[in-house]
Design a protein around this ligand. Structure first.
Ligand SMILES: *[C@@H]1O[C@H](CO)[C@@H](O)[C@H](O)[C@H]1NC(C)=O
Ligand SMILES: *[C@@H]1O[C@H](CO)[C@@H](O)[C@H](O)[C@H]1NC(C)=O
Length: 442
């Protein structure tokens, strides 16, 4: 067993930095005679001291280190280091080499290493043992044989200190950027929210997120709009909807009465009328529709807003009925001598407040005898002069002279007299016209 077996501490192998030429320890338990002794690479046998002696390769190997590297002799090898590298141990000092320590003694460990119980050189954790000189702003990282001071994420080294990186200077955010110690946060304008990448801003659909629109909500880029259904208007607050009182806008919306309803309006008509085309009122013809209560012996007469049941037989003595509307005074009856020979019943209906003069009824003579002429007059029922007759040869027109307001009823006796003086002929007949004036202008 050769003593130099322990001259080759594994901890000398600084692979990363150094070009270290070390011979592999080959088995030395040979049966060689004492006179011949072989040392491992880097050592030579010194017969004087009977020890293996280190070879100073820096002196013996030409150009042991290339270029700018300097050669540093080492036990069993040599190191090539940058010229600026500080050498802590004077490994290549002059003088006799230090004796190779026996195995029982602790091995010298390189800086950053210390021997453990088994005398193996193990790494010192400078960070854990507060043996480092990292600034409080720096993180300490232990490394084999040394340590490193680094800046945390989001910091960078300026001089000896780590300072926060202002990420906001790099326009990472679409809208707004808030720098934070070691990081940053993007923010979005109102109506937007951060996208999945936490940097871009995407429109918020406020309508899906409970926007406070009372009726209709329209999302738009960055905001939303409330709208109202037809018949409502948006309140000043922009959210709620107020019913529009359509009836207050115009008195022409409905012919009779406008009734405002939520979101709409409706037209109503007075009794006896029905709604026609949403706003107009049309008289219901109860006689036609069968809604009347007239008996068999009666005739139904419709007028604006109602109807009247009149006795079908309206003839009064000495008149006798000859048809539904016609009563005749028989010439044979002496009582009829001074009476109109016939009375014809007619009914008509007009609306209130017609513009006047208004032609309302025309009387037509049925026959004109040669030499005869007709005369027309209102014989009864026109006490206030609301009507007059415009005579036109063989016919006459009943004219409303003044605007009248219903409900009102006139019974006018219009007389037509046909005369022929040559033949001493005179015939009179009466048209008994009932004029109903409705309560309304329609
Ligand atoms: C965005 O931020 C959230 C919350 O801070 C985080 O959980 C998520 O991982 C981030 N997404 C990205 C893409 O950075
Ligand atoms: C009456 O009728 C006759 C014959 O048609 C006509 O000549 C005459 O002008 C008419 N009189 C009036 C007042 O219209």
């Amino acid at each position: 067993m050769l003593p130099f077996a322990s001259c080759l501490p594994g901890s000398l192998l600084l692979w990363a930095l150094l070009l270290l030429l070390l011979g592999a320890a080959s088995p030395q338990d040979s049966e060689e005679p004492d006179s011949y002794t072989e040392c491992t690479d880097g050592y030579e046998w010194d017969p004087d001291s009977q020890h293996c002696r280190d070879v100073n390769e820096c002196l013996t190997i030409p150009e042991a280190c290339k270029g700018e590297m300097k050669c540093i002799n080492h036990y069993g090898g040599y190191l090539c280091l940058p010229r600026s590298a500080a050498v802590i141990n004077d490994l290549h000092g002059e003088g006799p080499p230090p004796p190779v320590p026996p195995a029982e003694h602790p091995n010298p460990c390189l800086p950053g290493y210390e021997p453990d119980e088994q005398e193996r050189c193990v790494d010192v954790d400078e960070c854990a043992q507060a043996l480092h000189d990292c600034r409080p702003s720096q993180d300490c990282h232990n490394l084999p044989g040394s340590y490193q001071c680094t800046c945390p994420d989001g910091y960078r080294k300026i001089g000896p200190e780590c300072v926060d990186i202002d990420e906001c200077r790099y326009r990472y955010c679409q809208h707004r950027c808030v720098n934070l110690p070691g990081s940053f946060r993007c923010q979005c304008e109102p109506g937007f929210q951060l996208g999945p990448n936490n940097r871009s801003c995407v429109d918020v659909n406020e309508c899906d997120m409970g926007a406070p629109c009372e009726q209709r909500c329209f999302n738009s880029y960055g905001t939303f709009l409330c709208r109202c259904h037809q018949g409502y208007e948006l309140h000043r607050d922009g959210f709620s909807c107020n019913d529009i009182d359509e009836c207050s806008y115009s008195s022409y919306l409905c012919q009779y009465r406008c009734v405002n309803e939520p979101g709409r309006f409706s037209c109503h008509c007075p009794q006896g009328y029905q709604l026609l085309a949403t706003r107009l009122c049309q008289d219901i013809d109860e006689c036609e529709s069968g809604a009347h209560q007239c008996s068999e012996a009666q005739t139904c007469v419709n007028f604006h807003g109602g109807y009247r049941c009149v006795d079908t037989n309206r003839c009064v003595e000495p008149y006798v009925q000859v048809s539904d509307n016609r009563c005749l005074c028989p010439a044979s009856n002496p009582l009829c001598r001074e009476q109109p020979s016939s009375i014809v019943h007619r009914y008509m209906s007009i609306t209130s407040e017609r513009s006047v003069p208004a032609d309302v009824f025309q009387i037509q003579a049925t026959s004109v005898y040669p030499g005869a002429y007709n005369a027309f007059q209102i014989r009864a029922g026109n006490s206030q002069g609301d009507f007059y007759i415009r005579i036109n040869n063989v016919s006459a027109m009943l004219v409303l002279a003044r605007p009248v307001t219903g409900p009102r009823e006139y019974v006018l006796d219009l007389e037509m007299v046909t005369m022929n003086s040559l033949m001493s002929y005179r015939a009179s007949s009466v048209l008994r016209l009932t004029v109903f004036v409705g309560a309304y202008t329609f």
